[in-house]
Structure formats: structure tokens, C-alpha cells
Design a protein around this ligand. Structure first.
Ligand SMILES: Nc1ncnc2c1ncn2[C@@H]1O[C@H](COP(=O)(O)OP(=O)(O)O)[C@@H](O)[C@H]1O
Ligand SMILES: [Mg+2]
Length: 284
């Protein structure tokens, strides 16, 4: 069972190594990196490549660890108890009818090993990772309402992603294998683009990448454009049939690329970029 990347996903050698290391250690793989560097997609691709089902848990600021295990639906039970006739009351008496299984439970009871994605763990509050330590370590948890111990039938392959909005607790980090997805260099990026646009002309790709990295490398940018923004932008360039000349400045200088709104998403960054272009024009 080895992950080698896929037709849809460009995995660098160190990323493949990390995936396989986490699988060998049977520890969760914690993936950090800028938004849009393919963290979520990695779990999807590993699942597809290894032929394993994927269970996804997208974390929000209000998500609690318990929701991944199970929730007791007291409201439905109360409602049913008020509406139920004689035959309905049997259902109401059985508390397990009102236990709603969370993603972790589903992963634990699956009859084959699954890939479990805990996406954007840094969105939740600081206690969230700690609250999951025991479950992830021991691969079991207790359901107090039904006095039942849920044990994983197969250890899932766990992927945890973080955009680095919050620090994660040490005790949690200790249990993970860690990998940081560095922002792709131009060569890797060309491969990624090729996955999405296999027929893109070489000169258009080269010109677009130069524009993209010029924008990205602008010092003081509030929000650097990411891979997914580059893909969106290229999609537009192709759809609008933008000629390669429109992407090439006459000299080696920076110019404002067409449809730049796909790359820069706030007015400060746009102004900064326009200023730079203006200054260069006047320095000729
Ligand atoms: N290594 C890669 N190979 C192919 N496409 C990629 C890669 N990295 C990023 N992408 C593109 O960028 C998009 C965003 O990736 P995503 O996994 O959502 O990023 P993240 O979860 O890190 O924010 C993907 O849908 C894909 O189109
Ligand atoms: Mg993501």
C-alpha cells in the first residue's frame, strides 16, 4: 500500500514520503500549508489511489469533538414521546434510536479501512484537538447513554489539515506525523497546471507563470494568490482566448495581467501592484 501521486494530483517526493510514513507509523498525518496548496485534495486523492472510502469531517469554529463521535438527539426523542401512540412509545424508550453517529464512529465501524479527513482543524477552538487525543490514540470511545464501547474494526488512515490560523497543542502534535506543503516552485507548478490544462500552449503557460510569480513575490501583499487562484485565472485566460502577447510586457518589467481579479482579492493589493507597475514605467 504505497501512495505515488495520481493523474489528477501532483505529489512531490517528500509529500509521498510523508503519506507513506504516516501510514507505516499508523499515526495521523498533519498537513499544513497556505490555503490552496492541495491539502484537502491530498486526502481525496490518497483515498482514490488506494481504493479506500473517504470520510470527511469539515471543521467550523463551532464544531465540538463530541460531534465527531456521536450526538444524542434529545429534541427528536421528546417530540416523538409527545406524538407517539402505543406502538411508537417502544421506539422512544430505546435511547439508541436517538444516538446519531458522527464521522469518527462511521470510520470506526466501517468494514474496511477508510481514509478519514479532519479538515481545517485550526478552525475549531483550542480544546478541540486535545478532546480527540484519546479517541485517535486508542481508536475507541465510550457511549455513555447506551453504555457501549465503540472500537475501530480497522484503523483508519487519518489526515488532518491546518491553515495555521492557530497553534496546535503539543500533546496533539506528538501523536501526528507532520508535513508542511511548501508553496510549489515554478517547475512543480507547471506540472500541476498541466494536470488541469493538458493542452495549454507552452508559451502561454510560461508567460502566465511569470505573471503569477511576479504578483506573488510582490513584497507587502496582504493575500498572496495560491495554486487554486492560478488555476481559476488560467481557466479564464483560456475561456477568453487571451493571446500570449497580452501577458508579455515589452521589456522584462512587470505589467498588470488581464483578469487580475482572479489573482488579487483586495483593493490594497491591487493598488500596491499598480503602484509598482507605475514606478517601473517611469524609471525607464
Ligand atoms: N498538487 C496539486 N495537484 C493538482 N492540483 C492541485 C494541487 N495543489 C492544488 N491544486 C489545485 O488547487 C485546488 C485547491 O486545493 P485544496 O486541496 O482545496 O487546497 P487546500 O485544502 O490546501 O486549501 C485544487 O482543487 C486543485 O485544483
Ligand atoms: Mg482545504
Amino acid at each position: 500500500m504505497k501512495f505515488q501521486g495520481s493523474d489528477q494530483y501532483v505529489a512531490t517526493a517528500d509529500l509521498m514520503l510523508a503519506v507513506n510514513a504516516a501510514a507505516t507509523l499508523q499515526r495521523p498525518l498533519l498537513i499544513k500549508g497556505e490555503p490552496g496548496t492541495g491539502k484537502t485534495m491530498l486526502a481525496e486523492e490518497v483515498a482514490a489511489a488506494l481504493g479506500m472510502p473517504l470520510l470527511q469531517w469539515h471543521i467550523k469554529s463551532t464544531t465540538k469533538a463530541q460531534q465527531g463521535l456521536y450526538e444524542y438527539d434529545a429534541v427528536s426523542r421528546l417530540r416523538d414521546s409527545q406524538l407517539a401512540g402505543i406502538e411508537g412509545s417502544e421506539r422512544v424508550r430505546q435511547i439508541e434510536n436517538y444516538i446519531v453517529k458522527g464521522v469518527l464512529w462511521q470510520a470506526f465501524e466501517a468494514d474496511q479501512p477508510v481514509v478519514l479527513l479532519i479538515d481545517e482543524i485550526d478552525k475549531a477552538d483550542i480544546e478541540f484537538p486535545n478532546d480527540l487525543l484519546r479517541e485517535i490514540d486508542r481508536m475507541e470511545f465510550y457511549v455513555y447513554e447506551t453504555r457501549q464501547l465503540v472500537k475501530a474494526r480497522h484503523r483508519p488512515l487519518v489526515f488532518i489539515t491546518s491553515n495555521n490560523e492557530k497553534e496546535l497543542p503539543d500533546a496533539f502534535l506528538r501523536r501526528c506525523f507532520f508535513h508542511y506543503i511548501k508553496f510549489p516552485d515554478a517547475e512543480t507548478m507547471a506540472k500541476i497546471v498541466n494536470v488541469h490544462f493538458p493542452t495549454l500552449k507552452k508559451d502561454l503557460l510560461a508567460a502566465a507563470l511569470k505573471n503569477f510569480y511576479d504578483v506573488r513575490n510582490l513584497p507587502g501583499l496582504k493575500k498572496k494568490p495560491s495554486t487554486s487562484e492560478l488555476i481559476d485565472w488560467l481557466k479564464l485566460l483560456v475561456a477568453e482566448d487571451v493571446p500570449v502577447q497580452a501577458l508579455q510586457a515589452q521589456d522584462e518589467k512587470v505589467s498588470i495581467p488581464p483578469l487580475v481579479g482572479a489573482l488579487l482579492k483586495n483593493e490594497q493589493d491591487l493598488t500596491l501592484f499598480e503602484k509598482l507597475v507605475f514606478m517601473q514605467r517611469n524609471n525607464r
